[in-house]
Design a binder for this molecule. Structure first.
Ligand code: ARG
Length: 563
């Protein structure tokens, strides 16, 4: 039930449709304090049409309203304040959730449209850093949110498995690498070579020349170069998959940059045929000055392709393969300008899905105040952060709940959940500083706090049985319960908002508010006391448990029943 719509309808009716309910709807507000009601309509927009001052209009509306849906309607100055009928609303909301369960809030807005999500996309032979954590968990959550809104997401891991860094890596490996080492601990040694290359090339520019030659050989299919590249790619992918498994994230495809190698000539030919390719100092570029953007560099003067060349091929491939209604790129905000150029080129080429291309940017992540960069060796391995977090969660559980069964499993869900939630509770675009200790606290704005509220609800329900709340009177009329009911009632809107903004933090912040309201209720209410309200209270607890779990699921976080 959309109560905002109800308010819009009664207001339009009360003024004899001098304004339409669809015009009223966006003006309906949620008052800051409970004493001003649950919804309010400011009458200013009607002053001109009705030739009355807003205060008089508010009084007119109140006099003309005759709706049993509201407990009370009051004129206060220029406002009409609406008080919902709490008993009626609570039984309606709780019964809907008990029936629909985790499907509460599902909608069909997406009309089954396919949305490709370019996400995670780490670079081969470099460790997946905390920076890639953001793309992975934000993309994963957006995919779940899109599904709940009726879309069909395709999660595409656009691995950075091609590019000049392979020339550097091959050069470094052949000069000072060792096969045994790479076999024993691939990522560690490959990164070591890469870092070492960058330390040495400042003093020895010939190294860069050699790296360029190796990359050219790779592009030309030289067997030794290809063999090494394949090997580096295989061992890196294996390591990435361990991390994805820990995070509980999977992908529909891993078509990395190299997948598009045989499609690049087509891109160049098409751009030429469309008259879009220009020579500039030996290189080939697409001029974007009509959009106030720098030219996009498609081919270097030596004929080598670039990141954008592969991205154009990728976009064309996705367009033809999936016919997506949207094309999301979950990539850090440092690439914002780049994606403007990419979209501009694709639009010039007339690619159908170019209009639905959205760069979904996110801010930098620092760990304990330190920036992350592979080049300079200051790396925090995501794997290590996850393991550390699980270990600390285990420690906490041992202290707080020593008799808990399944401690390893729960520690896994809490430790990993804390890392994911610690990222997703922030607006994407904000830069965040990550501190495991903070994110693991059971109090405060953390994943474990929400998980704990859910486990608490489950522990209450474990003392009752389903017949105790499934049917019966679900009318609740106390202020702390009302807080919760209003939150539950708003969940479908929250799901839509998160989708429209590609913003998992909308869900995370909601789950924190719901957990907090529930904890307050739990502290002040004797839920299991056998009186005529017990069914309603238990239905409330059950509904909270369902929606907390569903909110966490949309974030990619597990909700253990006990912790
Ligand atoms: N591999 C790149 C990086 O880590 C991100 C790739 C993003 N996706 C894309 N289609 N350009 O910086």
């Amino acid at each position: 039930m959309d109560y905002k719509q109800l308010v819009a309808n009664v207001v339009a009716e009360a003024v004899d449709n001098q304004v339409s309910s669809s015009d009223v709807y966006p003006k309906v507000e949620t008052p800051k304090t409970a004493q001003n009601g649950d919804l309010a309509f400011p009458t200013f927009m009607l002053a001109k049409t009705m030739h009355q001052n807003p205060k008089e209009i508010a009084e007119t509306i109140v006099a003309n309203i005759d709706s049993e849906a509201f407990a009370k309607v009051q004129a206060v100055g220029p406002y009409v304040n609406f008080f919902l009928n709490q008993g009626q609303v609570s039984s309606q909301v709780l019964e809907t959730i008990l029936t629909e369960k985790d499907h509460y809030g599902d909608n069909h807005d997406g009309d089954n449209g396919v949305v490709t999500i370019d996400m995670s996309s780490p670079n081969i032979a470099k460790p997946m850093s905390m920076g890639h954590l953001r793309s992975t968990v934000i993309g994963n959550s957006i995919a779940k949110i899109l599904t709940k809104n009726g879309y069909r997401p395709i999660k595409d891991n656009h691995l950075g498995d091609w590019g000049t860094q392979f020339g550097k890596l091959i050069t470094a490996y052949l000069k000072w690498g060792n096969e045994e080492d790479v076999k024993r601990d691939p990522i560690h040694y490959l990164v070591k070579y890469y870092v070492e290359f960058h330390q040495r090339d400042e003093a020895d520019p010939a190294l860069d020349e050699e790296a360029r030659e190796w990359f050219k050989k790779l592009e030309d299919g030289d067997p030794e170069a290809v063999k090494l590249w394949k090997w580096f790619r295989d061992v890196s992918l294996k390591a990435f998959n361990q991390t994805y498994q820990k995070l509980g994230v999977d992908f529909d495809t891993y078509n990395g940059e190299s997948f598009y190698n045989d499609k690049l000539q087509d891109v160049v030919d098409t751009l030429k045929a469309d008259g879009l390719l220009e020579k500039s100092q030996g290189a080939s570029v697409v001029d974007l000055s009509d959009q106030d953007l720098n030219p996009a560099l498609i081919l270097k003067s030596d004929g080598a392709s670039l990141y954008v060349t592969r991205d154009i091929a990728t976009a064309i491939y996705r367009d033809q393969t999936y016919h997506p209604v949207m094309n999301l790129y979950v990539v850090g905000s440092e690439q914002t300008y780049y994606f403007k150029q990419l979209k501009a080129v694709l639009q010039k080429m007339g690619l159908q899905s170019a209009a639905g291309l959205h760069h979904v940017p996110f801010g930098l992540i620092t760990v304990n105040g330190k920036k992350l960069s592979t080049r300079h060796g200051n790396i925090v391995l995501l794997n290590e952060v996850l393991d550390e977090s699980v270990k600390m969660a285990h420690q906490q559980i041992k202290e707080k709940n020593p008799t808990l069964a399944n401690q390893d499993h729960v520690a896994e869900e809490v430790g990993v959940g804390a890392v994911i939630f610690g990222d997703l509770k922030n607006a994407r675009i904000d830069s965040i500083d990550f501190n495991i200790q903070e994110q693991l606290k059971f109090e405060g704005e953390t994943g474990p706090y929400v998980q704990y509220a859910h486990a608490r609800a489950e522990s209450v329900l474990a003392k009752a049985s389903e017949q105790d709340y499934q049917n019966g009177n679900h009318q609740l009329e106390d202020p702390e319960a009302w807080e919760i009911i209003k939150l539950l009632q708003s969940f479908p809107d929250v799901v839509k908002k998160a989708n429209a903004e590609f913003e998992p933090s909308v869900i995370a912040k909601y789950s924190l508010r719901l957990a907090k309201a529930f904890n307050k209720y739990y502290a002040h209410t004797k839920i299991l006391t056998a009186d005529e309200q017990i069914k309603a209270r238990l239905a409330l607890v059950k509904s909270v448990s369902i929606i907390l779990k569903e909110s966490l699921r949309l974030l990619g976080v597990k909700a253990p029943d006990e912790m």
